[in-house]
Design a binder for this molecule. Structure first.
Ligand code: AMP
Length: 397
């Protein structure tokens, strides 16, 4: 069975064609600058590569081009579109409606569209991509949607309700939803395979990348997570502020004469690593700048480590214990310094890590807690596309 996995944004469309026999990626690529001009980069598993500038007025033209590259020319990996058995789409917001992946039909598409109010930048693009895909592959090829929010739907009300008047939750559905659910589900699921199940286990999963979130997972179910109503909440990220005292927002907006949308843009695009350091939104750049003595780069790194430690400790207390901490995402998988600084001096929690093992754990699946440690520490590379493909296979079979 071959499954095409789609991750669409408003101006981009990433894809992977996965052979579910052995779960290997046959080809993958990225259509960029949709609605602006257009460019596609396409790679096959045997190392062939092509990059072409091509007009993408809408997602439909991007689909047509990626299908052309999959089926014809030097980089072709299948002879006909009909070899694609199903398509799996990443959809950002499933609201309170979707707690698992589903097969797309007109009704589901309408519901995803209705949730656009909660994710105005993402859900409309996801809907456009599903519609464009249907036009290109036809209605006979089943399509599945996998929601970023779904895995977090097990959170209890005490975790997801905000401190504002309850009527706003009732009227506007404002609450914590959480994001990166596919990643938290993938790595916690993998941990379950390694530990022989998650029953009775209390786990903290740290997805640390350009966007970052941390989840408390008990018995395989999310109890709490750091991202909230939007992916702005929680810890500092590449350019996002994470949680700040709301009063600062109105205070600074008034002082600087900023509109709500200007302030929103500052919180999402000019804060976090970039805002604190003034150097970069990229963790690698911060680590280099800090090693050269840049104090604000060091401050940004100290802040993120401090916040992650607060959540590891806080979630352990909330769950009444801790069995494992998992690191994933670009920073979690690659930065030994962030991992080590989060986990060191945590013996009081039962977590003891080996600095050398932590260094060697980068970019692969590896445990870096000591043999005596009661709490295990792991690097588990995430693979959201594979989880989407697995869900798609399970639902269309
Ligand atoms: P992601 O959004 O998951 O692709 O993660 C991107 C983040 O991972 C960026 O902040 C990168 O700087 C960071 N990252 C990637 N490789 C490394 C590395 N070797 N050391 C530290 N951070 C890294």
């Amino acid at each position: 069975m071959k499954i095409l996995v789609i991750n669409a944004g408003s101006s981009s469309l990433k894809y992977q064609l996965i052979d579910m026999e052995d779960e290997h990626v046959i080809a993958k690529g990225n259509c960029e600058r949709i609605g602006i001009d257009g460019k596609i980069t396409h790679k096959t598993s045997d190392g062939k590569e092509v990059a072409v500038d091509v007009a993408f007025p809408t997602h439909k033209e991007a689909f047509l081009k990626l299908m052309e590259l999959l089926t014809t020319g030097d980089c072709a990996v299948i002879s006909n579109i009909s070899e694609i058995d199903a398509v799996g789409h990443r959809v950002v917001h499933g609201g309170e409606k979707f707690f698992q992946s589903v097969v797309v039909n007109d009704e589901i598409l309408k519901e995803i569209e209705e949730l656009s109010e909660l994710a105005p930048l993402h859900n409309p693009a996801n809907v456009q991509a599903i519609k464009a895909c249907t036009e290109v592959v036809g209605k006979k090829v089943p399509q599945v949607v996998v929601f970023d929010t779904a895995f977090h739907q097990t959170m209890p009300a005490k975790a997801y309700i905000s401190g504002m008047p309850y009527e706003y939750y009732e009227k506007y559905h404002v609450r914590k939803y959480g994001f990166h659910g596919t990643s938290h589900r993938f790595v916690s699921g993998r941990l379950g395979e390694l530990l022989g199940g998650l029953e009775g286990k209390k786990v903290v999963t740290c997805h640390l990348g350009n966007g970052s979130s941390i989840s408390a997972i008990k018995d395989g179910k999310v109890m709490d997570t750091t991202m909230g109503f939007t992916p702005l909440d929680g810890i500092i990220m590449g350019t996002r502020s994470g949680a700040v005292d709301n009063s600062i927002v109105s205070y600074v907006a008034e002082k600087e004469g900023l509109s709500w949308s200007e302030m929103n843009s500052i919180l999402n695009k000019k804060s976090g690593f970039l805002g604190i350091s003034g150097v970069s939104s990229d963790c690698r750049d911060l680590e280099i700048a800090a090693s050269e003595g840049n104090e604000r780069a060091q401050l940004a790194l100290d802040k993120v480590v401090y916040q992650i430690r607060q959540y590891v400790g806080g979630y352990a207390a909330a769950m009444g214990g801790l069995d494992a901490v998992v690191f994933t995402g670009g920073i979690g998988e690659n930065s030994a310094a962030v991992r080590y600084n989060v986990c060191k001096d945590m013996e009081f929690l039962g977590l003891e890590v080996c600095e050398e093992a932590c260094k060697n754990a980068s970019r692969k699946e590896a445990k870096f807690s000591t043999e005596n440690s009661k709490v295990q520490a792991w690097v588990l590379p995430t693979n959201e596309e594979l989880l989407i493909a697995r869900d798609t296979k399970a639902l269309v079979k």
